[in-house]
Structures are given as C-alpha cells and as structure tokens.
Design a protein around this ligand. Structure first.
Ligand code: C2E
Ligand code: MG
Ligand code: MG
Ligand code: MG
Length: 285
C-alpha cells in the first residue's frame, strides 16, 4: 500500500519523489517545529447559497505560516506530512482550531453556519476516530450538526468496511458527510445509496469545463440530476467566473464555492464578512 497517497491517489506520491532527501529532512524538521510552535493556520473559504447569495458554510483549509518561506499551501507540506504520520497531529490541530473559532461565531448568532473540514485517510480509517471527535466537540461546545466532514471517493473505496462503519457512527451523531472532488476518484456509484452521504462537491475541473452544450456542462448536469434524485446537496467547487455562476444559477445546484466569492482567508477576515451578511456577495445573473 502506498501510504503517501494524496487525494488523487498518485499526485502526492509523485511530488514527494522529486524532493531530494536533504530537502525532505529539512522540511520534516521544520514541520515538526511548525506543529509544536503553532505555525499552522486555518483559513476559511466561504460556501455561498446560490438562492440567497449568503454565506452558509466555511471550508477550513490548512496553511503554514513559515518564518522564512511565507504562507505555504497544503500541496507544499501535506504530502510529506502524510508519509511521516505528522498528518494526524496537523489534522487534530486544524479540527480543534477551526471548531473553536467557528464555534464562537455560531454561539454569537450564526446558528446555522456550517464548518466543513477535510479529513485525511488515516483519520477516517482509525477505529476510534468518531469517539475522539465527539469528545473533542463536546469539550469545545461545538454542535455536531454544524460540522461537515469532507472525504474523497478514494478514501471510501480504500477501506470500505472501516470507513462505512465510521461514517454511520458520525451520521448517527448528526455530523454531515460530503464527498469532495466528486467525479475524479476511482469509485463505484454504488456506495452513494448505501452510505450516509449528505453532500456532493462537484470537482472544479468539471466546473471549469462549463460552457453550454459542451462535455463539462453535460457532466455537471448529470451529477446535479443524480444528486437531486438521491436527495443530496450539491456544492460546485472552483467557481471563478460570472459565466460559470450564471450557468449554475439556472441549474439546481445548492451552494457555490470558489475564487469568485473569495479565497480561503484568515478568521478575522471571515468574521468581517459574516458581519456584513446583508451585502450581496456577488451580483446575480
Ligand atoms: P479541497 O478540499 O478540494 O479544497 C479546495 C481547494 O481548491 C483549496 O486548495 C482551495 O483554495 C482551492 N480553490 C477554491 N476555490 C478555487 C477556485 O475558484 N479556483 C481554483 N483554481 N482553486 C480553488 P488548497 O487550500 O490549496 O487545498 C488543497 C487540498 O489540500 C484540499 O483540496 C484538501 O484536499 C487538502 N487540504 C487542505 N486543508 C486540509 C486539512 O486541513 N486536512 C486535510 N486532510 N487536507 C486538507
Ligand atoms: Mg475539501
Ligand atoms: Mg473541496
Ligand atoms: Mg475539492
């Protein structure tokens, strides 16, 4: 089994192969320091309701404020973190910090605000994951129903038995489950009606392919139609242009997420956005 598998099943492995070993050692040492010194940050990208144009959710995305190299993206350090098992500690910190921060906004009046958190395979495959998560949420006072976890199809297919057990436990506690990058993994659609899935996130490669009448649009239409039939919520990822938004607005897509509405940003910026909910986030078609 390739432990360094990333969300695409191979890209993390490839990128790690190109890093030479001294560079890797430096990165690993730096990453350990980052974890213990609190250099990791959670940024949040808004998820916007297509109908109301309001922010209804936030996806937590990890960043590393490196003292010399500046703000690093997940692609710069998650591959190595997955190989060295530092991913568990990173994921723990992300979840804790995000729940604490967003939990405050929920308590301050944004009762329905949803927090989406990406899980790595090692987390979902751990038999005690649900138990630990629930006790963490209790400690923080974060309502489980406001949490959505994001996993990819590959994570499900890799260990179907353990993962479906965990997903049922999570759903039993009211936690929502989203399939991230939907349509890009190696999977069978069969799991969709056997597992407690609440949301499909259409991968941005399909959204970028939207132009009426072309293949990208056909795939987006098909995913949305299927999701409707299965009563799943649909999030379109990577919405960058007004054209893409216009197209999605005429479809039955529920939520949109992408640079058009805002990149992932630090908590204090998002708190400002939430405070200005009355302002339109993007003009409608
Ligand atoms: P993802 O979960 O699919 O997250 C969406 C990625 O697309 C983010 O990249 C986001 O910044 C980017 N994105 C959002 N809107 C647009 C857009 O309009 N155009 C384009 N081109 N990109 C857009 P980011 O933050 O670099 O994260 C990359 C991946 O790293 C994530 O993909 C997720 O799989 C993983 N990741 C991020 N944070 C965490 C974490 O805390 N834990 C785990 N396990 N994985 C994480
Ligand atoms: Mg995600
Ligand atoms: Mg996503
Ligand atoms: Mg995605």
């Amino acid at each position: 089994q390739v432990k360094s598998r990333g969300k695409d099943g191979y890209c993390f492995f490839d990128s790690s192969m190109t890093v030479d070993s001294s560079e890797r050692l430096t990165l690993e040492r730096d990453l350990r320091r980052a974890i213990s010194e609190g250099e990791l940050r959670v940024h949040y990208q808004p998820q916007v309701c297509l109908r109301t144009r309001r922010i209804t959710g936030l996806e937590a995305l990890v960043r590393w404020q490196h003292p010399e190299r500046g703000l690093l993206l997940p692609a710069d350090f998650l591959p190595l973190a997955s190989e060295t098992n530092l991913i568990s500690e990173i994921s723990h910190q992300v979840l804790k910090n995000a729940c604490e921060e967003v939990g405050q906004w929920i308590a301050a009046g944004h009762q329905d605000l949803r927090l989406a958190v990406n899980l790595s395979p090692v987390q979902v495959e751990h038999p005690l994951f649900t138990e630990r998560l629930m006790s963490q949420l209790r400690q923080i006072g974060f309502p489980p129903a406001n949490l959505e976890i994001e996993i990819t199809e590959n994570v499900i297919m890799n260990d179907l038995e353990q993962v479906s057990h965990t997903l049922r436990e999570l759903a039993g506690h009211g936690v929502r489950i989203a399939i991230d990058d939907f349509g890009t993994g190696y999977s069978s659609l069969n799991y969709l009606h056997h597992l407690p899935i609440h949301t499909l996130k259409i991968d941005r490669s399909f959204v970028h392919g939207i132009r009426s009448g072309n293949d990208g649009a056909c795939i987006v239409n098909a995913i949305i139609a299927m999701a409707q039939g299965l009563k799943l919520e649909i999030v379109a990822e990577g919405v960058e242009t007004q054209d893409q938004l216009d197209y999605l607005s005429t479809s039955d897509c529920d939520l949109v997420q992408g640079f058009l509405f805002g990149r992932a940003q630090p908590g204090y910026r998002v708190a400002e956005l939430l405070g200005h909910q009355a302002l339109p986030i993007a003009s409608s078609a």
